[in-house]
Design a protein. Structure first.
Ligand SMILES: [Zn+2]
Length: 316
């Protein structure tokens, strides 16, 4: 036996244990620029790529912790809903799919694709309904509809602002017509918040599509979107095939929708909290906190000493 054959198993053992000790998910590859980012660094940067600024998906817990004062908030118990009312089955039972999704990522029992939390944002009371895309693509079934209704009721009860953070592929097809019924239900719930004179803000994240964008997500007093978020109803390819026209490459992006009036502003994730505080301050505190000093009358409008030259008529 040569020395090489003798040490080879030892080297192999050494290499294999060292690779086993390093979990595969310590480094995350940015889907936009392909750079590798250390998971702690990525979490500290709110899941925004440190190289190119691409906004990756952020879970509801991290999202809520970022938005609320001091990262503290209370979540409400998910409303009780009938499970699998249509006894739907494709390649798997729908009830099994639900159980599987609930078991993942430490979700609370009965938790569906929405988390309702309340607390303060900039010392103003706020209820946040945050979608969980990891739960069946954030799809809206009865549980999500019930969640929106519960969030709206809670906002009215607490005289708080309602902020919805959609991240959804649309209606949940396993619940058929019952998922579509959540569209008018959620719209009525939002109306109750508006009737109570409370602000309703939609914070669109990637993606905000289908039945979600066709109902409560497009009814905000203010629409804020994250950079690069896809916001639309049907997919781009489906629209192109229907209208037989080529659509611009940036179609359905948050930036495109600002230009076309569907979104009020695109705000980077790190600035979302401050933007919300500013917007809520305008909407919830109509009186400025300091005393208003009247502008001196003599300085306000100096009397014209010379006759003002008349403006030329605009050329047509
Ligand atoms: Zn990147």
């Amino acid at each position: 036996m040569s020395w090489l054959e003798r040490i080879r198993p030892k080297i192999r053992a050494l290499v294999s244990t060292s690779t086993r000790e390093v979990p595969e998910n310590l480094w995350v590859k940015c889907p936009a620029c392909g750079q590798m980012i250390f998971h702690r660094e990525l979490a500290a940067n709110l899941y925004v790529c440190t190289h190119c600024g691409h906004h990756m998906r952020i879970g509801p817990k991290d999202r809520l912790a970022h938005l609320f004062d001091g990262g503290t908030f209370n979540t409400i118990e998910p409303p009780k809903v009938p499970v699998d009312p249509l006894r739907f089955r494709d390649s798997k039972r729908y009830s099994d799919r639900l159980k599987e999704a609930q078991g993942k990522e430490g979700r609370a029992p009965g938790q569906d694709a929405i988390v309702i939390a309340h607390g303060t944002i900039g010392e103003m009371p706020a209820v946040v309904a945050c979608f969980d895309f990891g739960f069946m693509g954030g799809s809206m079934g009865i549980a999500v509809g019930e969640g929106i209704v519960a969030a709206a009721k809670l906002a009215v009860l607490q005289q708080a602002a309602l902020i919805v953070v959609p991240s959804s592929g649309g209606a949940r097809m396993q619940e058929g017509i019952l998922s579509l019924m959540q569209m008018p239900r959620s719209v009525i719930a939002i109306d109750q918040v508006k009737e109570a004179g409370l602000p309703y803000i939609v914070l669109m994240t990637n993606p905000t599509t289908g039945g979600v964008s066709a109902s409560f997500a497009m009814l905000g007093d203010i629409h804020i979107a994250e950079p690069g978020a896809m916001v639309g109803f049907a997919g781009k390819r489906v629209i192109e095939e229907t209208i037989r026209e080529k659509l611009p490459p940036e179609f359905q992006s948050a930036e495109f929708l600002v230009e076309h009036g569907m979104v009020d502003m695109v705000v980077a994730r790190k600035d979302l909290r401050d933007t919300l505080i500013r917007v809520l301050g305008h909407l919830m505190r109509p009186n400025p906190p300091a005393e208003v000093i009247p502008f001196p009358a003599e300085q306000a409008a100096p009397p014209p000493t010379e006759p003002q030259p008349s403006l030329p008529a605009p050329a047509r």
